[in-house]
Design a protein around this ligand. Structure first.
Ligand SMILES: *Cc1c(COP(=O)(O)O)cnc(C)c1O
Length: 964
């Protein structure tokens, strides 16, 4: 009997999480290895990864733990966070996420595992949801065109500053910022202004624009509405004066306040920016939340970030898609208007749904209640002899307590309420949707007022509102039916289901997008995000209340430093693009500290991602493009020539590794050495880290700085186009120039470049995802994941090679973690375009690979380690079947105009009509092994993008237009 014993210790360990995360099991890996021609994963990666960069030692990470154990660890970390009632304000407020939205959007893989809607036919649900968001923003701000989200309020203000300079009449002059703007916004503006030569002047604009500023010239003005102090001011006169000076005026506005107050558009503003956090999105210790920007019509085509618009499909039916895609940085590069790529789609969807669920009257009621609490709070303070600063306010009251601010804040904390210490003499307190009478009592008590003696209802009867009459909102908003039809939970539940059913996300099948790493977002990793102990913290809550968070943050920083070979990591940047900017600013600061201020040339290979060039421009650098040689590698001769040419003006080389072509370039160490020898720094774009983790470390093979995309390599879901986290790792000499934060000294070095996000640790609320991934996998698991990712890409390359040319390969003819399938020759021969192939993939139940990046006319395919062999085979067989279809067009069996590729995707509606095509209905909608029962039906036919760009409609269209 005893011989049949399995040791308890082995049983206790359970199945390693690695076997859940990695799709192909050992037997499948063996089959795939056989196809690729190697005996083991180690053999394959030894052949694929150049020896000069390969790490030999194992990652020094804590051993992998089971899902149950990791959840228990996270529970224990969560319990070390204290969630007090936050009355800190400053752009972050308590909010009640309607559970129907929490569970069916934020916690629903149908929403959070979707990709950016570049394939609009399979993204109609989230495009409609984003259009709702844009409508909310446009209506409430009174400005006609809103984008589909920016990264946070502070960076949105920085984007507005850049926009003002770009489009305004005044080309010189200063950017004038009202002193009552959020302090973190002012700090982010300073970070972003300095490298581009913009001067920021902060002044009290409540009495108008100071003459000395007017004399210097003002290209832009930023006002906060209501102000950080809570004050609600009529800014019409300031705006008018600013316009006389030729300035573009931006108002940073609070959406909840705007349900009661005159809109920025009506006040005369040109741009409105802000945050939609308090529309149902948890504070999450700083993020993620959707920032917004809305503009006057004349600036619509200069808007940064993504814009959803209305167009029509091949049947002339209304359909949504991203408008003006050619404005995006991935195409415009150094001429881009901003570097925003990943934004905050999931959170914008939540905010839009919150508005749809409450409707205009519900939102106004929440605003009125919030305001009443603030009005009573102030009245109670005044009755108790405490001076308050402003007579007109919305939700925030500032009290003057000479010398006593610390004491008041400490007393309130004892009663479970966080107040804002403005300075030694002033305390700020903000009410929100979650404020109750008990919180007013706690605050009064902290000020030394006998709260028991206050009869709140009596006080209520005796206290008027504190909103100025001349600013009360009189126009209607959110009149579109979508904000009136989904008020019952049943209706909202079904609306959410209906929209998500239109979309193709990872919960339906593979999304083989090269460069985007659409891997598993495990449920265990996702769970802690919506626990109140992670969701409920204000970013400026005292550090001692965030012990769990800070432990998790520091452990994640250290572990990311270990896996990348860098010395120090900053988690502040809230997208890859922001990491790029932060990293380049660190390089810039380093050169300046060394007396090399003239070093401002950024070398970028021509195949680089568009954000690279856009970020370099934002960092005040001059972009010089390095050629790509025929085999896809950096053209080393050209690189040497450019290095020589720019001499001591060389600041940095920005290069992606493995390359954007998905190849391990063998001479990367030589490239790094050449740049270093010339006094430059090396920035390795870490978006492709999924090919390196556990096998090689950029910080060891010659790079000085990298950003990582935690929403690619480290399992944060794409959310349909955000959230993301773009931390940077740096070698020790750049560590003094990492981002920091004026309101949280622990967030970065004192000598740092300033903040690149509004919150000290950016989108802290989703860091538990990446922390959990590393904890679940351990060093060996991460390495295995990379090996299987490389195996899967090579497996696809080998299987498809007989049918399509596979572009570019590295050592031993192997690709890294993605491969480029070339359709250009076939297009030339048959007229079947890359678009036709991408859309035909929808009929087969797939999301297309990355189209035309980095090479026009090709498909870049990245399977990741999470797809199992059956799904990889389904993809390969589909691509092979599509090749056979292309051949039928080529041979003339199908005409160039009427074939399943040209007409793809095919909708269910088409089946209900008379069928007049040269191929059958079955061939159209059930090609290959597609089963009727499992069929994904695209809701619309192919969308005419150009039509929509000519007729730009970016908010919910009138219902009449839905009629035929
Ligand atoms: C995704 C990506 C980026 C930009 O990252 P975001 O998080 O979308 O801002 C930069 N470079 C490369 C190569 C990428 O794939």
């Amino acid at each position: 009997m005893t011989s049949h014993r399995t040791p308890l210790s082995a049983l206790e360990r359970g199945a390693p999480f690695e076997s859940r995360h990695i799709g192909p099991d050992a037997a499948d890996q063996a089959k795939m290895l056989a196809q690729v021609g190697y005996g083991s994963l180690d053999e394959l990666t030894q052949a694929a990864v150049p020896e000069v960069i390969r790490s030999t030692e194992l990652l020094r990470l804590p051993e992998a733990r089971s899902e149950a154990d990791v959840l228990a660890e996270l529970r224990s970390l969560a319990s070390r966070n204290q969630v007090l009632q936050s009355m800190i304000g400053l752009g972050y407020y308590g909010t009640f996420t309607p559970p129907v939205i929490l569970r069916n959007v934020m916690e629903s893989p149908a929403w959070y595992t979707a990709y950016t809607p570049y394939q609009p036919e399979i993204s109609q649900g989230r495009l409609e949801a984003l259009l709702n968001f844009q409508t909310v923003i446009a209506d409430l701000t009174g400005l006609p065109t809103s984008g589909a989200s920016l990264l946070d309020e502070s960076t949105a203000a920085a984007e507005a500053m850049a926009l003002s300079r770009r489009v305004g009449k005044v080309k010189e002059g200063v950017f004038l910022v009202d002193a009552d703007c959020l302090p973190q916004t002012v700090a982010v503006l300073r970070t972003r202004a300095e490298p581009t030569g913009v001067e920021i002047v902060v002044a009290d604009l409540s009495g108008g624009i100071p003459e000395e500023a007017a004399e210097r010239g003002v290209f832009g003005v930023l006002l906060q509405y209501p102000g950080a102090s809570g004050a609600v001011r009529d800014q019409r006169a300031v705006i008018e004066r600013a316009h006389e000076l030729g300035a573009v005026v931006t108002v940073a506005a609070d959406l909840l306040a705007l349900t009661l107050l005159t809109s920025p558009g009506d006040l005369g503003a040109d741009i409105a920016v802000g945050s939609s956090q308090r529309f149902g999105v948890p504070m999450g210790f700083g993020g993620p939340h959707a920032g917004y920007m809305a503009v006057r019509e004349k600036f619509a085509r200069s808007l940064p970030g993504r814009l959803v618009g209305v167009s029509k499909d091949a049947d002339g039916d209304q359909a949504y898609r991203l408008a003006l895609q050619t404005r995006e940085q991935h195409i415009r590069r150094e001429k881009a208007t901003s570097n925003i790529c990943t934004a905050q789609v999931l959170l914008a969807v939540m905010a839009g749904m919150y508005a749809a669920y409450h409707g205009p009257d519900g939102l106004a009621a929440i605003a009125r209640r919030t305001h009443r609490y603030a009005a009573l709070l102030a009245a109670g303070l005044r009755a108790g002899g405490v001076e308050t600063l402003h007579g007109a306010f919305f939700d925030t009251v500032t009290a003057r307590v000479p010398g006593r601010a610390d004491e008041v804040v400490a007393l309130a904390r004892q009663d479970g309420v966080n107040l804002r210490r403005v300075d030694a003499d002033h305390v700020g307190m903000a009410c929100d949707e979650t404020t109750g009478r008990e919180h007013l009592a706690a605050v009064w008590k902290a000020f030394g007022i006998d709260a028991g003696a206050v009869d709140v209802d009596e006080l209520d009867a005796a206290t008027g509102d504190a909103l100025p009459d001349e600013l009360l909102r009189t126009d209607d908003y959110l009149t579109h039916p979508v904000f009136h039809e989904h008020r019952s939970e049943t209706a909202m539940l079904r609306y959410l289901r209906r929209l998500s059913d239109r979309d193709y996300a990872l919960d339906r099948g593979m999304i083989p997008l090269g460069s985007c790493t659409m891997k598993l977002n495990a449920t265990t990793e996702m769970e802690p995000v919506t626990w109140p102990e992670f969701g409920g913290l204000h970013p400026f809550a005292p550090a001692e209340q965030a012990e769990g968070y800070l432990t998790l943050i520091h452990e994640l920083e250290d572990r990311l430093a270990e896996v990348t070979g860098y010395d120090k990591v900053s988690l502040q940047p809230n997208a890859g693009s922001q990491g790029e900017l932060a990293g380049l600013l660190a390089v810039r600061a380093y050169h300046r500290a060394n007396g090399d201020a003239q070093r401002n040339v950024c070398l970028i290979p021509s195949s680089a991602h568009g954000t690279n060039a856009a970020s370099a421009v934002m960092a005040g650098m001059k972009v010089v493009v390095v050629k790509t040689s025929d085999n896809g590698d950096v053209d080393v001769d050209d690189l040497h020539a450019k290095i020589a040419k720019h001499g001591d003006e060389l600041a940095v080389l920005m290069v992606t590794y493995p390359s954007t072509h998905g190849v391990f370039e063998e001479h990367i160490t030589d490239i790094c050495a050449a740049v270093h020898d010339a006094g430059g720094q090396v920035y390795v774009d870490g978006a492709n880290l999924n090919a390196l983790l556990g096998l090689a470390k950029p910080g060891r093979f010659g790079a000085d700085v990298s950003h990582l995309n935690l929403h690619k390599t480290f399992c944060i879901p794409h959310g349909g186009g955000g959230p993301g986290v773009g931390p940077i790792g740096v070698r020790a000499h750049l560590a003094p120039y990492l981002p920091n934060h004026p309101l949280q000294p622990a967030a970065g070095p004192e000598t740092g470049i300033g903040p690149v996000s509004g919150a000290p640790w950016g989108s802290a609320g989703i860091l538990p995802i990446s922390w959990a991934y590393v904890r679940l996998m351990g060093g060996e698991g991460l390495r295995k994941a990379t090996q299987v990712a490389v195996l899967s890409a090579n497996y696809i390359a080998k299987r498809l090679e007989p049918h399509y040319p596979v572009l570019y390969a590295g050592p031993n003819g192997l690709v890294a973690h993605e491969c480029i399938i070339d359709v250009r020759q076939l297009t030339k021969q048959t007229g079947v375009s890359i678009d036709d192939v991408a859309k035909r993939l929808i009929d087969y139940g797939f999301h297309a690979p990355t189209m035309s990046f980095p090479v026009a006319g090709t498909l870049m395919t990245e399977p990741t380690e999470s797809e199992d062999l059956a799904e990889l085979d389904r993809f390969c067989e589909t691509m092979i079947a599509i090749r056979a279809e292309i051949d039928k067009v080529g041979s003339g069996e199908w005409s160039a105009e009427d074939n399943p590729l040209a007409n793809a995707p095919h909708t269910a509606a088409m089946l209900g009509r008379e069928w007049e095509h040269a191929y059958s209905r079955e061939e159209a909608v059930f090609p290959g092994s597609v089963h009727a029962a499992d069929k994904y039906w695209p809701p619309v036919r192919r969308i005419d993008g150009a039509y929509g760009d000519r007729n730009l409609v970016c908010s919910c269209p009138p219902v009449a237009e839905y009629d035929e």
